[in-house]
Design a binder for this molecule. Structure first.
Ligand code: SF4
Length: 410
């Protein structure tokens, strides 16, 4: 498969965005962005729905005096943290999240975390990672957050399965039931639901990634002795089935038993996809690089929903983690890595696809040009993993097409 490599202007959200789904997963954690007012606005608008709830994220604002090096940003950070933990005694883990401004003024958040950990003496664990938009995309925020947790995981020799990547709680519950029926266990998760209950890792740990954008975390876990199970990602019926089958094979479950557990699920999933397939079949799809989920989505929409792939773009291509997805995509596929916004938009305009999957910043301009779009960020906020969710996943792509048809007849 030919891969078009591009570099130039990019149009993606930064890693701070991942706080929106990470804070939901770990309600006892707090995410303190060390950034500018721009960063505060981004997190607030991305997580706008949380405005009426007691938020579990905030921003330590780096003002002009900090950015000009006139104030000691470390002193101000310590003051903000002391104030925050005084007001919010329920916080168990505090993530200091770096941003472009904190990186530009070279504020050492690893040192700050170490200093605060010494001061807090185990009452609250302080962890740091970068959510900066310099050379990163929004899903890398989760990858960085989980990588920061890996050194803190206790060691174990136990044979176990570790699921890595944030799943909606309901989806995770269903997966745990399925693993139990397959006879696979114990099964733990990173990130855990409680930030203090970190899973253990060791040479007998087999890791199943729930998302394709966790390359750095995967390598950190391998360095702790864990083995990554190679598989497509659990999106759609086929991906989910192969994902469970890969785990079953790694744990020595017989194919017969695996099939007896998965067959009814797959049948139900295919029936749920069928009505949406009728709307999607034959439609031309262009995926712009944004979330790193593009290969798995393209595979699902092509193989299970009958869509024609005009181009699949990904911000980065981790060949090892995407090996199985690549094998399921058509040989003649136009695949691009990286982004040169203007050139990509020219290809979109020239090919006039029926649907473009893209970042929020590009959706409105493309809609204004008469092209239906789907925000890729919605796919990390929605419960889309597993056979049971395959119908809902297909529906997410059928909806904008339906809307456009309705508008055309209005
Ligand atoms: S981290 Fe960088 S890209 Fe993200 S909101 Fe802050 S300044 Fe903007």
């Amino acid at each position: 498969m030919e891969i078009l490599k591009e570099s130039g202007q990019r149009e993606v959200f930064c890693g701070l965005t991942s706080i929106v789904w990470l804070h939901r997963r770990m309600p006892d954690a707090f995410f303190l962005v060390v950034g500018s007012r721009t960063c505060a606005h981004l997190v607030q608008s991305a997580a706008g729905v949380m405005i009426f709830a007691e938020p579990r994220f905030g921003t330590a604002i780096l003002g002009e005096r900090d950015l000009a090096g006139m104030a000691d940003a470390n002193e101000e950070l310590d003051r903000v943290v002391t104030d925050l933990l005084g007001r919010r005694p329920e916080i168990r883990t505090l993530f200091l999240v770096g941003s472009c401004p904190s990186e530009v003024i070279k504020l050492d958040l690893a040192k700050a975390a170490e200093r605060l950990n010494n001061q807090l003496q185990g009452r609250v664990r302080v962890v740091n990672y970068s959510g900066s938009g310099i050379e990163t995309t929004f899903t890398q925020g989760e990858d960085n957050a989980l990588t920061a947790l890996v050194p803190l995981l206790p060691a174990t020799e136990e044979h176990q399965l570790l699921l890595v990547g944030t799943l909606a709680d309901g989806v995770e519950d269903r997966f745990l039931t399925l693993f139990e029926r397959l006879g696979i266990g114990p099964v733990t998760s990173l990130p855990p639901r409680r930030s203090t209950e970190l899973p253990a890792v060791g040479p007998n740990t087999k890791v199943l990634l729930t998302q394709p954008f966790l390359g750095t975390t995967a390598r950190a876990l391998e360095a702790r002795g864990a083995e990554i199970i190679s598989s497509p990602y659990p999106l759609g019926v086929e991906g989910s089935r192969r994902w469970f089958e890969a785990a079953a094979a790694a744990f020595g479950v017989t194919p017969l038993h695996t099939a007896s557990v998965l067959n009814p699920l797959a049948e139900r999933g295919r029936a749920a996809v069928a009505p949406h397939r009728r709307e999607l079949e034959g439609k031309r799809l262009f995926l712009l690089p944004d979330s790193q989920m593009e290969l798995a989505l393209g595979r699902f929409l092509h193989r299970e929903c009958g869509m024609e792939l005009v181009e699949v773009g990904t911000p980065y291509l981790d060949r090892k983690l995407q090996e199985q997805e690549l094998a399921l995509l058509p040989d003649e596929l136009q695949l691009s890595e990286g982004q040169h916004l203007e050139q990509q938009l020219e290809r979109v305009r020239a090919s006039r696809p029926d649907l473009v999957v893209c970042g929020m910043g590009l959706a409105n301009p493309l809609e204004a040009e008469g092209i239906a779009t789907k925000w890729s960020i919605e796919l990390v906020f929605s419960p889309i993993h597993g056979c049971d969710q395959a119908g809902d996943l297909a529906e997410l792509f059928a909806r904008p097409l339906r809307r456009r048809t309705a508008l055309a007849f209005a």
